[in-house]
Design a protein around this ligand. Structure first.
Ligand code: DX5
Ligand code: ZN
Length: 222
């Protein structure tokens, strides 16, 4: 089976928000595949980040797909708004969605891709009934809420098990991993079966600069 090229998603959580446009343009010029927007509400996760106006502003300055990760309670209330703001992929957490089937269908009806995210402690069995609705599966490799945390080593096995499930169920959904991705952990995640790597601090806090850090990350998994 031919393996697709690994994608890199820049998480803007660690951006210098006074220079966000500039930093996103630099990442786009370096060939980043997605811009990953971490939306936090201070309830689902113990942190508050950014929301709709940032998605709208980014949509105006880049064609790179906007991969919006909703770490909020009741995400179903905001699906129309994020789609309207320009999200290309809208990912919701299993733990925040008692009516996940309906929520995923609402996202897909708007003509954008639907993603499902799982916290580290949430079992893969929670995907059983909804897998065919997912365009993307986002495994958290840290407990969500903050950038710059360490990759939880035990998550490598979860990635392997999810890859096997996708293969067995003939799913072409992307397997994205998020949290603690560096040039050291990216090869572990990719050999376990990840095909999209979210990276924030490893790119935005790198002394190499954004473009060179993206190239280094890509090189680490080639
Ligand atoms: C964590 C967010 C991540 C985070 C990743 O809750 O979902 O996207 O920004 O940051 P790094 O790459 O620094 O671990
Ligand atoms: Zn994220």
């Amino acid at each position: 089976m031919k393996k697709n090229k690994v994608k890199i998603a820049l998480s803007i959580l660690s951006a210098d928000f006074s220079r966000l446009g500039e930093q996103v343009r630099e990442a786009a010029a370096a060939g980043v595949d997605y811009i990953h927007v971490d939306v936090m509400d201070g309830h689902f996760v113990p942190n508050i980040s950014i929301g709709l106006p940032v998605v709208e502003s980014l949509r105006k300055i880049t064609d790179v797909p906007l991969d919006v990760h909703l770490m909020i309670e009741k995400p179903e209330l905001f699906i129309d708004k994020f789609a309207g703001a320009g999200a290309d992929i809208l990912t919701v957490h299993v733990e925040a969605c008692p009516h996940l089937d309906g929520t995923l269908n609402s996202i897909k009806k708007l003509g954008i891709k639907a993603g499902i995210s799982l916290n580290p402690a949430t079992p893969l069995s929670s995907l059983d009934e909804v897998l065919p609705l997912a365009d993307l599966l986002l495994l958290m490799t840290v407990n969500p809420g903050f950038g710059g945390q360490q990759f939880i080593a035990g998550m490598a096995d979860k990635i392997v098990r999810l890859r096997r499930i996708l293969y067995n169920r003939k799913s072409s959904a992307e397997l994205e991993v998020d949290g603690g991705i560096t040039t050291v952990t990216a090869p572990i995640a990719v050999s376990a079966g990840a095909d999209v790597l979210v990276a924030g601090s490893a790119i935005l806090n790198s002394s190499l600069g954004i473009g060179a850090a993206i190239k280094e990350l890509r090189k680490s998994v080639c």
